[in-house]
Design a binder for this molecule. Structure first.
Ligand code: PEP
Length: 250
């Protein structure tokens, strides 16, 4: 069901000791009793220890990626079943860095989504246009296609395990944020696109996060928009005080 989420994508940062330190810092600094789901996504090698470390807290753990196959000769890869086996229940798929540097396209992502859902992993599905798309005024059609090709093969019932993260590529790690109005405009478009395919129950039930240079000083304004249900946070998730301030801004 639709609710507020703040998720931190740690990318390829923090070794084992640093992961533990940041988790301790988060436990200290995160506000108690918030009405928002808090998720952190450390690297693969630190997932199991993070799950253990956070067992009695209100912080969930997500993976940053997974392979679509059940198992097999895929050197260096991790399956949905393996994530489940260590207590991970959420996976981020389709991050723009996976799309750009590892050539993950919508067809591949659709098969990853299927595998995740088959294993009862919730998916945080990332998508968003590049700067050239926005400059060419094609951002709505790009986003619509990403939704169509990555997710619109799903049944309505599957959407209970899908969280969307709209992340304009030009705003990720650049310090340039979409304005609150740009975020709202796109989130409303995304919800409308889902409504026209699946109807109002699915459209109103889906949580849509914004990602792209969210910081403590711009979070409140972005999160005040009616179709923005929280954020996927990169850089600012690596600092416990900043992440806690962003959680408090929802
Ligand atoms: C991200 O990587 O998903 C992200 C939004 O990064 P940043 O907050 O650093 O722009």
């Amino acid at each position: 069901m639709r609710h507020k989420i703040i998720a931190g994508n740690w990318k390829m940062h923090k070794n084992a000791e640093q992961t533990e330190d940041l988790l301790n810092d988060l436990i200290d600094k995160l506000p108690p009793d918030v009405q928002v789901e808090i998720i952190v996504a450390p690297t693969f090698v630190n997932l199991a220890s993070a799950v253990d470390h956070l067992e009695f807290t209100n912080i969930d753990v997500a993976a940053q990626n997974m392979h679509q196959a059940e198992s097999g000769a895929f050197t260096g890869e991790i399956s949905a079943e393996m994530l489940k086996s260590i207590g991970v229940n959420t996976v981020i798929l389709g991050h723009s860095e996976r799309r750009a540097y590892f050539h993950e396209n919508d067809a591949l992502l659709a098969s990853k989504v299927n595998s995740a859902l088959e294993h009862e992993l919730r998916v945080i599905f990332c998508f968003g246009e590049e700067l050239k798309d926005r400059q060419a005024k094609q951002h709505f059609s790009i986003v619509e296609n990403q939704l169509h090709d990555g997710l619109f093969h799903l049944d309505a019932k599957d959407w209970g395990n899908i969280v969307l993260a709209y992340e304009p590529v030009w705003a990720i790690g650049t310090g340039e944020t979409a304005t609150p109005e740009q975020a709202q405009e796109m989130h409303a478009f995304i919800r409308e696109t889902i409504r026209s395919k699946y109807g109002s129950d699915v459209a109103e039930g889906v949580t849509i996060l914004y990602g792209g240079s969210v910081k403590p000083d711009n979070a409140k304004e972005i999160f005040s928009k009616p179709d923005v249900d929280g954020g996927l946070i990169g850089g600012a998730a690596l600092n416990a005080a900043d992440f806690a301030a962003i959680v408090s801004a929802v």
